[in-house]
Design a protein around this ligand. Structure first.
Ligand code: SF4
Ligand code: SF4
Length: 547
């Protein structure tokens, strides 16, 4: 008898196969990217509204079934699946209304006739989600509850699986991801917000960036005047990489693990080290315009500015939480970090560049709390009533950052700091001119406690399987297409292919590679407007044969 814990994250899905007889973790399967086009929740939401919930749901459930295939067990032996994630991912998984998450304003919702959906705990038969004839009819699929509106089950997980919820001192918890969800606790009051940090926080959108996976640079440290690179090994543990001169690229000592790219935590580490070692004196300028971190890995000034926008959004959100809640900066005692980036980042380096409030007294790092909570539910460590009552008990005030003046003003300072090299003095001057307290001078080093060494601490005795290539395509008939292939050449992700079929011409967008609604460069370059990214439909390899 097996159970499955499933985390539907914005940057990819993670799943663990559990033995229900003894609670052991057997195997972990993860995807390298989210299966739908786009790199953040706004892209996913926009895509789902464009193509319709059925199509988005098809892409998600097809991908999960592909992950099940990697388990190599008869599916009728799976008795329970618990699913955690943010409200958008969980809504798409269940194929329920999502438009209330896209249109937050009450007037707009009224005009469109959209009601807010209560996203409580839901239990389905496996066949309701994955279809009949999938051998999952007897399986119970438990979708974990949101706290309210856009504060999802993943936020519940980060509050419950860290000490945050029991904390009596002022504390912030942040799930570091493309959409950084965070909560502040002051006494019994909880105030939440979520900052659209963007994909660079997880290494995407960076020239040599990649998600946290084997071969990714996750940290850099100074050693004998050079940079020692840390690279994730096959088990996602920190491996010894090259010792390198980051300006000339000369490898002083070959490491044990080769780097293929750099993940968000590696970027943060490199920026922090470049600033503290004097290689960056004015952001985002670099010596020779780049840092060399390996044979195939460089970091450019554009990368620094891109990462800075993400770090800046997170720092602005942390300050906004404190200011809007009337809490003095120096009263912040605990900072809890969760998510892959929150686990692997060197907290002290992150603190130096503003990823963690510099004035927090104690930093505690956790791993993937969403997967952990889903696992607890499958194994019965929490009764379902307990989860529901926890979600009901957490009554959070939510700050919508998109319309918050405090956030907008601080973020403007962050942009000037990261992209134009504005000095810290001027930054503070602007904060005071907006009527906000300036950042305090820090005369102490906070204590850092790392509760885990990996995002997923135990991958199971059969280990970790990473699915790199997902197979869903998005198809659009390109009427009037001249097959000039300009769209293929324009695409930054090699995601589009022109395919003549049965006397028609189609373009196939590879769903997980395509950047989606926020890109559409292929549409813009087409000289005859043969494609619009509107009349699109997802097709799995099974569908292709009938076209
Ligand atoms: S750019 Fe337009 S015309 Fe050219 S191949 Fe692509 S869809 Fe066809
Ligand atoms: S150019 Fe077109 S196919 Fe390529 S990533 Fe952008 S939207 Fe997707």
């Amino acid at each position: 008898m097996y159970g499955i814990a499933l985390d539907l994250g914005t940057s990819g899905f993670r799943l663990q196969l559990l033995d229900l007889r003894n609670g052991n973790i057997i195997k972990t399967v993860m995807t390298m990217r989210h299966p739908m086009p786009g790199g953040n929740v706004i892209d996913h939401l926009g895509f789902a509204i464009q193509v319709g919930g059925d199509s988005a749901n098809k892409i998600i459930t097809h991908t999960i079934r592909k992950m099940f295939d990697e388990l190599e067990i008869p599916l009728d032996l799976i008795h329970k699946i618990a699913v955690c994630g943010n409200p958008i991912q969980l809504s798409l998984f269940q194929n329920i209304e999502i438009r209330d998450l896209a249109y937050a304003g009450k007037n707009m919702q009224k005009r469109l006739g959209i009601e807010n959906v209560k996203r409580g705990l839901k239990i389905y038969a496996g066949s309701e989600i994955f279809g009949i004839n999938t051998d999952l009819d007897e399986c119970e699929v438990i979708v974990l509850p949101s706290i309210e509106h856009e504060i999802g089950a993943d936020a519940l997980a980060m509050m419950v699986k860290t000490d945050f919820i029991e904390q009596n001192d002022v504390a912030i918890v942040t799930d570091y991801g493309t959409n950084a969800e965070m909560a502040l606790k002051v006494g019994d009051r909880i105030v939440t917000c979520s900052a659209a940090a963007g994909p660079s926080i997880e290494g995407q959108g960076i020239k040599c960036g990649m998600l946290a996976s084997p071969g990714a640079i996750s940290d850099v440290n100074e050693e004998d005047g050079f940079w020692r690179i840390t690279v994730l090994d096959e088990n996602m543990g920190p491996g010894k990489g090259d010792l390198i001169d980051p300006i000339t690229g000369v490898i002083v000592e070959k490491g044990e693990v080769s780097a293929r790219g750099i993940t968000g935590t590696g970027v943060i580490s490199a920026i922090s080290l470049a600033i503290s070692s004097g290689l960056i004196s004015k952001l985002p300028e670099l010596p020779e315009g780049r840092l060399i971190l390996g044979d195939r890995v460089i970091l450019t000034e554009e990368d620094i500015a891109e990462a800075g926008k993400a770090i800046g959004a997170i720092r602005a959100a942390h300050l906004t939480l404190l200011i809007e809640s009337g809490v003095k900066y120096e009263d912040l005692k605990y900072m809890y970090m969760s998510g892959a980036s929150g686990t692997y980042v060197d907290a002290e380096k992150g603190r130096k560049i503003g990823l963690v409030p510099a004035f927090s007294r104690k930093i505690v790092q956790f791993g993937n709390t969403s997967l952990e909570l889903a696992k607890d539910v499958v194994l019965g460590n929490y009764a379902l009533e307990e989860i529901v009552s926890l979600a009901d008990r957490i009554k959070a005030d939510h700050i919508m950052l998109a319309s918050n003046e405090t956030f907008k003003n601080i973020y403007a300072c962050e942009l000037a700091y990261w992209t134009e090299g504005m000095s810290e003095d001027l930054y503070n001057h602007f904060l005071e001119s907006y009527g906000m307290p300036k950042l305090p001078e820090i005369t102490f080093v906070p204590s850092v406690e790392k509760r885990v060494t990996r995002d997923i601490e135990d991958a199971g005795y059969q280990g970790l399987k990473i699915i790199k290539d997902l197979d869903m395509l998005i198809e659009e008939e390109s009427s009037g297409c001249m097959q000039c292939l300009m769209c293929e050449r324009e695409c930054p992700e090699q995601a589009i292919h022109v395919v003549p079929k049965n006397g028609h011409v189609y373009v196939d967008y590879t769903a997980h590679l395509c950047l989606g609604m926020s890109c559409k460069r292929c549409v813009g370059i087409c000289p005859v407007k043969a494609i619009s990214y509107r009349e699109i439909r997802p097709v799995s390899p099974g569908d292709l044969s009938v076209v």
